[in-house]
Design a protein around this ligand. Structure first.
Ligand code: OGA
Ligand code: MN
Length: 301
């Protein structure tokens, strides 16, 4: 084992998910050390790397080692923008704090406070996401994660059997309406994001474990009525996101957190919008089935 790989310390959290990783510099990780990190990530679902202070280019470069980045412009770059990072912050384009909790920007940010898997409303949903904390409030603003493999394992057998072949329809228009009823998707976004089918149970490829796939973008279960669907989806989500399956990350500036959207749900926690919270996210695109392409994956630029 190389020096870097030998120096990696993986400390699993109490409960069934997540680990904190120290003894690494993500900006300069060699292949062997990257392999150790990736293995831990597959096992624990979410890894916290305190005090990395990653520059944007280094965040992008590290994320690309997990896979091609996803285009986070919901208009799919049709206006020439093909962003590799997304800033999630209560700061406007002029760099000013947006403290009004009812401002659209804060409504949008609050959407992330419902349990979800990033881009589950895309035909091929995201593989991973990485958040880097640039500025965080002293109180609140944690991010919580739940391991949906453990949540699946915790279901009784009758429920496992009942949902085995079920498909949920995930829709960005739906979740946007729930979060921001006055700001529907624009026509281009609607066109690029038709409702998609996602199995309720998926297999997490790296570990072969079954995982429950629900969250805020799931609108309805195929073959069930609206009420029955909602009851089932809410019950699955509510049952899943409970201790000991939840890890709550209390941010410090400089932290990087990498999670696996294929087997984890996450949500942000509220904070006082009069305090700045500035986070930089990269999203790693899901793998397309062999021989096909993921229309949301960005070619290297
Ligand atoms: C995200 C997200 C929650 C948070 O970046 O995908 O949901 O706590 N963030 O900022
Ligand atoms: Mn998210």
């Amino acid at each position: 084992m190389g020096d870097q790989a030998a120096a990696v310390v993986v400390s699993p959290h109490a409960g069934s998910c997540g680990a904190t990783v120290t003894g690494v510099a993500l900006a300069t990780l060699d292949e062997a050390a990257f392999a150790v990190v990736q293995q831990a990530w597959h096992t624990y679902g979410v890894l916290a790397f305190p005090g990395q202070y990653l520059a944007e280019v280094d965040q992008v470069a590290f994320s690309r080692r997990i896979g091609a980045l996803e285009n986070t412009d919901l208009r799919r770059g049709e206006h020439g923008s093909r962003p590799t990072t997304l800033t999630l912050a209560n700061i406007n384009r002029r760099g000013q704090l947006v403290s009004d909790p009812n401002h659209k920007l804060n409504q949008f940010l609050r959407g992330n406070q419902e349990w979800h898997s990033d881009s589950s409303f895309k035909r091929i949903s995201a593989k991973a996401s990485m958040l880097v904390a640039l500025e965080v409030p002293e109180v609140g603003g944690e991010t919580e994660f739940t391991d949906m493999r453990a949540a699946y394992d915790a279901l009784d057998e009758a429920t496992q059997r009942r949902i085995a072949a079920m498909v949920a329809v995930h829709s960005a228009a739906y979740s946007q309406h729930q979060a921001m009823p006055d700001a529907p998707l624009n026509p281009e976004e609607e066109q690029n994001l038709p409702p998609v089918r996602q199995p309720l149970v998926r297999v997490h490829e790296p570990t072969g474990r079954r995982s429950l796939f629900v969250g805020r973008h799931a609108r309805v279960v195929e073959g069930l009525g609206d009420v029955e669907s909602r009851t089932l989806l809410d019950a699955l989500l509510e049952g899943a996101c409970q201790p000991p399956r939840v890890y709550s990350h209390r941010w410090s500036a400089g932290d990087a957190v990498l999670w696996d959207n294929r087997c984890m749900l996450h949500r942000g926690r509220p904070w006082d919008s009069a305090k700045a919270r500035i986070m930089r996210r990269t999203t790693i695109a899901g793998d397309a089935p062999a021989g096909t392409i993921n229309e949301w994956a960005l070619a290297e630029q």
